[in-house]
Design a protein around this ligand. Structure first.
Ligand code: HEC
Ligand code: HEC
Ligand code: HEC
Ligand code: HEC
Ligand code: HEC
Ligand code: HEC
Length: 436
């Protein structure tokens, strides 16, 4: 733990136990001193990571760059993840050890997991940098992507990608009682992200937008050029405990609407703009208008695993590995569905839509292109001689596991054992398309 943030953190985590909403950011800007230091000096010693005393990072940050000022609190050295940690260095210690955090956005530690392995005896590699958004944080060993110099489908420079590219560090965006978002105005008195969050009160107070994400007009001061966001923050609600194994029950974020539009702030050309099946020049449907068709809804809800399309229980239809947006910004609908139990009807309907997060995570994942599941092989699992589903432990064939051992495959699927998928389970495009 870094010096100087001790006090803030102790207070934050004490409160966290009972009410996450009243912790550090509280849906808006936290204490200035959580991220900034005026002289880089506290109790006579330096507080900023990697900086000499009496000299702070840029903008008087407590780290050498913006992302480092977040990771001071959001990174952890732990083998079992928890709470608001979204980056672990557990995976750095030894080959074969997976990052520990299981948040909906994913653990940035996967960016440091490069796998060198053989497929049918041909040496190949799965570079860590393909596993997510390469935020730059020199104090924590995160560097810019070497292949993608700008956001594909847009122009946002990868060299400037930081936590504060996507989240407003000053948490200015707020949701008002009438459902609109604003950057200024009524004070933010609570996080707006959780099933337990307060609702905004007309004329009295606002809540933070989902995950203090940035909205219309946002551009970090440190970024020169014209990259201001044109779409608002998405509407969604997370359960208040959201960083946990999904081996026995899933962590359901109730995604409402606007996530793909939000991503399109940087990946402009990847948003669906009108869809006619079979037409050239289109991208996979994603966005508020990309509704699930009736046959896709039927596949989604019936799918158990490859070849088994027999589910009729609406509480078992949903998979957090293939989420969809509910197509609403009504928080009275979203909040009750943001739970970490599997006992509600979370099944798909034709008012739901595909979003970027139907296939990708927002931060990082164990797979190429930040996908939620492996797309590098037809199968995600194999079977033993008794026909029981197994993750692939092969060190020579490599095509299913892509260099990961069984523990890492389990972690990449958020603690799910291979039996959660069944033997020879094809990848989860089939949850919607059932092509087998
Ligand atoms: C959660 C971390 C965090 C907190 C809390 C925070 N800041 Fe910042 N602040 C940042 C980051 C990161 C930047 C750099 C933004 C960039 O790269 O342009 C910054 C930049 C600034 C800047 C210069 C750039 C600008 O946007 O004007 C000022 C002034 C500033 N902060 C003031 C404050 C004040 C005052 C508070 C308390 C009310 C505060 N900050 C709280 C993270 C934080
Ligand atoms: C002093 C410690 C500290 C620092 C520095 C810090 N955070 Fe946090 N952050 C927390 C704690 C504690 C929570 C959990 C409580 C909560 O969910 O509000 C949290 C929660 C969050 C959440 C979820 C909040 C919500 O309402 O949904 C986001 C997003 C986040 N932090 C982003 C950032 C970013 C981006 C930065 C850097 C600009 C940053 N944090 C810096 C301590 C910190
Ligand atoms: C490319 C945009 C982007 C970047 C970069 C980014 N975030 Fe996020 N973050 C998101 C989105 C979107 C979510 C909501 C994910 C969800 O609910 O599926 C999120 C969620 C979170 C959460 C809630 C836990 C979770 O994983 O769902 C925290 C905490 C957080 N971010 C902190 C950070 C910190 C700290 C950094 C930098 C190290 C960072 N984020 C970088 C977009 C981003
Ligand atoms: C602030 C701009 C910004 C936002 C917002 C943003 N991205 Fe990105 N994204 C980038 C940049 C820059 C890159 C290229 C650098 C990299 O891959 O790290 C990138 C890369 C990617 C990649 C390729 C990863 C790889 O290495 O192959 C995917 C997939 C992606 N983004 C999906 C998303 C999704 C989904 C969202 C919305 C949740 C989103 N992005 C929001 C800037 C952004
Ligand atoms: C959440 C549901 C969902 C998931 C997951 C999904 N798709 Fe789709 N897909 C759709 C919808 C909705 C359409 C448009 C309606 C239709 O064609 O029936 C579509 C259309 C398509 C089309 C046809 C495009 C056209 O011009 O007709 C292809 C090809 C496709 N998807 C491939 C994939 C692949 C590959 C994956 C996995 C990487 C995937 N989809 C995952 C929902 C999904
Ligand atoms: C149906 C699943 C699916 C959906 C929905 C989806 N993607 Fe992708 N995305 C993929 C796959 C699979 C790849 C790997 C490359 C490929 O197949 O084109 C990918 C690759 C990417 C890349 C990396 C491209 C590169 O040049 O390396 C980015 C960036 C990206 N997606 C962003 C987005 C954004 C933004 C959205 C929402 C507007 C989105 N994706 C929606 C499946 C999807």
């Amino acid at each position: 733990m870094k010096k100087g943030i001790k006090v803030v953190l102790a207070a934050a985590s004490a409160l966290l136990i009972s009410a996450p909403a009243f912790a550090f950011h509280s849906g808006g800007v936290g204490e200035c001193e959580g991220c900034h230091t005026m002289h880089n000096s506290l109790d006579g010693v330096a507080v900023a990571t990697g900086m000499p005393q009496y000299q702070a990072g840029p903008y008087l940050l407590k780290a050498q760059d913006a992302s480092g000022s977040c990771l001071n609190c959001h990174n952890a050295n732990e083998t079992t993840g928890g709470s608001y940690h979204i980056s672990s260095n557990s995976g750095d210690y030894a080959a074969g050890v997976a990052p520990a955090e299981y948040t909906p956005g994913g653990d940035f530690g996967w960016l440091k997991k490069t796998y060198n392995f053989s497929i049918r005896n041909n040496p190949t590699s799965d570079p860590g940098e393909t596993h997510g958004h390469n935020i730059v944080a020199v104090d924590f060993g995160y560097v810019a992507d070497s292949r993608l110099l700008t956001a594909p489908g847009g122009s946002y420079p990868a060299a400037n990608l930081a936590c504060s590219s996507c989240h407003d560090p000053h948490g200015q965006y707020r949701r008002l009682a009438n459902g609109t978002q604003a950057r200024t105005g009524l004070p933010i008195f609570n996080s707006g992200s959780y099933n337990s969050s307060a609702d905004p009160i007309s004329g009295v107070g606002a809540v933070g937008v989902y995950r203090i994400l940035a909205g219309v007009g946002y551009q970090p001061k440190s970024l020169t050029g014209s990259y201001a966001f044109t779409y608002p923050a998405p509407d969604a609600v997370a359960p208040s405990t959201y960083n946990r194994s999904e081996a026995t029950a899933q962590t359901h974020v109730a995604y409402g609407k606007g996530m793909s539009e939000y991503c399109a702030n940087c990946h402009t050309k990847m948003l669906e703009n009108g869809f006619t099946s079979g037409m050239k020049g289109l991208v996979h449907p994603a966005g508020n208008g990309a509704k699930l068709t009736a046959p896709i809804v039927a596949n989604y809800n019936a799918y158990v695993t490859s070849g088994i399309m027999t589910n009729t229980d609406p509480t078992k239809a949903y998979s957090t590995l293939v989420p969809f947006e509910l197509g609403t910004a009504d928080y009275s609908v979203l909040k009750p569905l943001a739970v970490n139990t599997d006992d509600k009807d979370q099944s798909a309907s034709t008012s739901a839509n595909v979003s970027c997060l139907s296939c990708h995570r927002a931060h990082a994942s164990g797979f190429e292109s930040m996908a939620r599941y492996s797309l590098t092989n037809e199968f995600m699992t194999i079977a033993d001689s008794a026909g029981v589903a197994q993750y692939d432990s092969s060190t020579t064939e490599g095509k299913v596991n892509y260099g990961k051992n069984v523990a890492e495959q389990t972690a990449a699927y958020y603690g799910r054992p291979a039996t959660a998928f069944g033997p020879y389970a094809r990848n989860l495009c089939n949850k919607c398309h059932a092509k087998d």
